[in-house]
Design a binder for this molecule. Structure first.
Ligand code: CP
Ligand code: NVA
Length: 313
């Protein structure tokens, strides 16, 4: 684990894990652990608070875990579909954000551009949480770090392999791992590598945290000896379907044959929703190595922990 150097300075928003220190991430993971053991903790924390959820893309887990989590913490959740807002008719993000700030105590946004969540944070003056953009999915990565911790595997010697498409989920996982000083292996096609700016950002902080990103173009090499193998869809929301990309990534499918290269006790993770028989077979998803349902449950505990971190004190 990374040595904790930075003092904990509370952030108002949660837009990307870049803004969070190892200390803060571990603190939130600790809170998630407590909340998983006792769902009644902090049950009045958000009493009298209204938090809206503005979603431009589909969601099951993020929406439900925040709605249930806000309710369990005593708050009121207002779900908004951008279809029905005046923004759809041209009201600017800045003007909308100013209004949101007058009515609400917080906003969870799922949208396309990262700059949209940044603009909401800047102009609303209230706490803004990124519920997924094209670039990042920090709530997922935070929750996944908690799942790895909860499984007793969050330690320096962990071999964690992410396989397949380099996307918002892998970007946030890479940042989270780098923040905690842990290595991450990315098994991907040379045509669909992690974005250069993410690699550059991580190489900047890795010098301090001591973590490495190991890129492997051979799936068996990427998975060899892995304690955890993780994948996500090959076509993310908002991406154009591409037969060429799917063919290129097909050798990174998590199936029993590929999993045989991993540790005998390997755990398999997927942020879900899964495209069965594409990036992962049903045999693996429903098999003995899969922890995807615990992983999905942990979104609830991790989202509550994030809210406790942002709203307490
Ligand atoms: N993993 C995840 O964010 O799931 P949803 O798209 O269902 O919210
Ligand atoms: N990469 C996926 C994650 C879904 C939770 C997407 O953006 O569609």
């Amino acid at each position: 684990m990374a040595e904790i150097k930075s003092k904990m300075v509370k952030n108002k928003d949660f837009l990307t894990l870049k803004d969070y220190s190892a200390h803060e991430i571990m603190h939130i993971i600790g809170l998630a652990s407590k909340l998983k053991k006792d769902r009644n903790l902090y049950k009045e924390l958000l009493k009298g608070k209204n938090i809206a959820m503005l979603f431009d893309k589909h969601s099951t887990r993020t929406r439900l875990s925040f709605e249930a989590g806000i309710s369990q913490l005593g708050g009121n959740c207002i779900y908004l579909s951008s279809e029905n807002l005046q923004m759809k008719r041209g009201e600017t993000i800045e003007d909308s954000a100013r209004m949101f700030g007058r009515y609400l105590d917080g906003l969870v946004i799922r949208t396309f551009a990262q700059k949209t969540v940044e603009a909401f944070a800047e102009h609303s003056g209230i706490t803004v949480i990124n519920g997924l953009t094209d670039t990042y999915h920090p709530c997922q990565a935070l929750s996944d770090l908690f799942t790895i911790y909860d499984a007793g595997l969050l330690e320096k010697k962990l071999k964690f392999t992410y396989l397949g498409d380099c996307n918002n989920v892998s970007n946030s996982l890479m940042i989270g791992f780098a923040k905690l000083g842990l290595d991450i292996t990315i098994g991907c096609s040379s045509k669909y590598e992690p974005a250069r700016e993410i690699l550059e950002y991580i190489s900047g902080i890795s010098q301090e945290s001591g973590s490495r990103i190991i890129l492997k173009y051979d799936p068996a090499e990427a998975v060899s000896g892995a304690d955890i193998v993780y994948t996500d869809v090959w076509v993310s929301m908002g991406d154009a379907h591409s037969d060429e990309k799917i063919a290129e990534l097909s050798k990174f499918q998590i199936n029993e044959k590929l999993l045989a290269y991993a540790s005998p006790d390997v755990k398999v993770m997927h942020c879900l929703p899964a495209h069965r028989e594409m990036e992962i077979t049903s045999e693996v998803l429903d098999g003995k190595h899969s922890i995807v349902w615990d992983q999905a449950e942990n979104r609830l505990h991790a989202q509550k922990a994030l809210l406790v971190f942002l709203y307490s004190g």
